[in-house]
Design a protein around this ligand. Structure first.
Ligand code: KIV
Length: 312
């Protein structure tokens, strides 16, 4: 590349569809796994073109694309619409659908039904659910129904209120022990992976080293098998307060505002659209059209003058 920046993407033509055995192999070989969220066709095509391994249709969609102030407000129906759009933009990345709050906690039956809905209606290949406790049993039931499950521990936004807010978890020995036990239980339930969010790096590293399954970190240090970031956060599309673990690789919001501002200025100033944005028409066709319009105008003018003739 002329900029001297090396491309880190594998050419699209050389990429093969990601599978669970390949992911496990990556973990065992120490090859970092790259995961990103996506919520629509454009974000999925960007993730695909960048060659990421895993794409999560996260319930963070609630905040970053739907404008809710909490993730627990997003519904199954909304997740399905978003998931279907993501599916259309992916070719090789393995797609995971996030189960929204209320779609799995109440019973194994509910969890299986909604996991099947996500798989069948969006085309995702695996589902993710949050927390330990009852979620471990739900994960087990979904796995038994033949659907791969990713767990999620640490800061679990669906239950952030119960956790005392959006803050790092596992900061006491007691909490870290519980997290380690939950991770083990999720592994024993058959989960193929677990996400650790906002967890001290040493705790995540120790727990990850004791697990056979894939671990994905977000604010959990560098020792997990892979990393995940929210698409809109890493691109700087979201504005306002960012969690400590977010690294911004671009400032797309600023770019977009500037671009729309330039467009508005050009429309108002008359410089857009220019001749290069207009379609041409054959001279003869144009002349015929214009003479037709003139004849029509004359006929209209004489009809009007007759209409308004004062009554005798
Ligand atoms: O919903 C989401 O985006 C997530 C990731 C942060 C793991 O759960």
């Amino acid at each position: 590349m002329s900029s001297g920046v090396r491309s880190h993407t594998v050419p699209q033509a050389d990429r093969v569809a990601m599978t669970l055995p390949r992911l496990q192999e990556m973990k065992e070989n120490g090859e970092p796994i790259v995961m990103v969220t996506a919520y629509d066709f454009p974000s999925a095509t960007v993730a695909e073109a960048a060659g990421v391994d895993l794409v999560l249709v996260g319930d963070s969609a609630a905040n970053v694309v739907l404008g809710y102030d909490r993730t627990d407000l997003v519904s199954m129906e909304e997740m399905i619409v978003l998931g279907r759009a993501v599916r259309r933009g992916l070719k090789t990345a393995l797609m995971i659908g996030d189960m929204p709050m209320g779609s799995y906690e109440a019973s194994d039956e509910l969890a299986i039904t909604n996991a099947q809905r996500l798989i069948k209606e969006t085309g995702c290949q695996a589902v993710k659910l949050e927390a330990g406790g009852v979620s471990v049993q739900r994960a087990k039931a979904i796995v038994a129904a033949g659907i791969p499950v990713m767990g999620h521990l640490g800061l679990t936004p669906q239950t952030a209120t119960a956790l005392g807010g959006y803050k790092a978890q596992g900061k006491s020995a007691k909490a870290a022990i519980q997290m380690s036990e939950d991770a083990r239980a999720l592994q024993d339930a058959g989960c193929f992976a677990v996400v650790f969010e906002a967890v001290p790096a040493e705790i995540a590293a120790t727990i990850a080293a004791r697990l056979d399954i894939i671990t994905i970190g977000i604010g959990a240090g560098a020792a997990t098998s892979g990393q995940v970031l929210v698409f809109h956060d890493l691109l700087g599309i979201t504005t306002g307060h960012m969690a400590k673990f977010v690294k911004r690789y671009a400032d797309v919001h600023e770019e977009m505002v500037a671009a729309v501002g330039r467009y508005a200025a050009e429309v108002r100033g008359g410089s857009f659209p220019g001749p290069e944005h207009a379609y041409a028409i054959d001279e003869e066709e144009l002349a015929e059209f214009r003479s037709h319009v003139e004849v029509e105008e004359d006929a209209f003018a004489s009809a009007k003058s007759w209409e308004w003739e004062p009554l005798a």
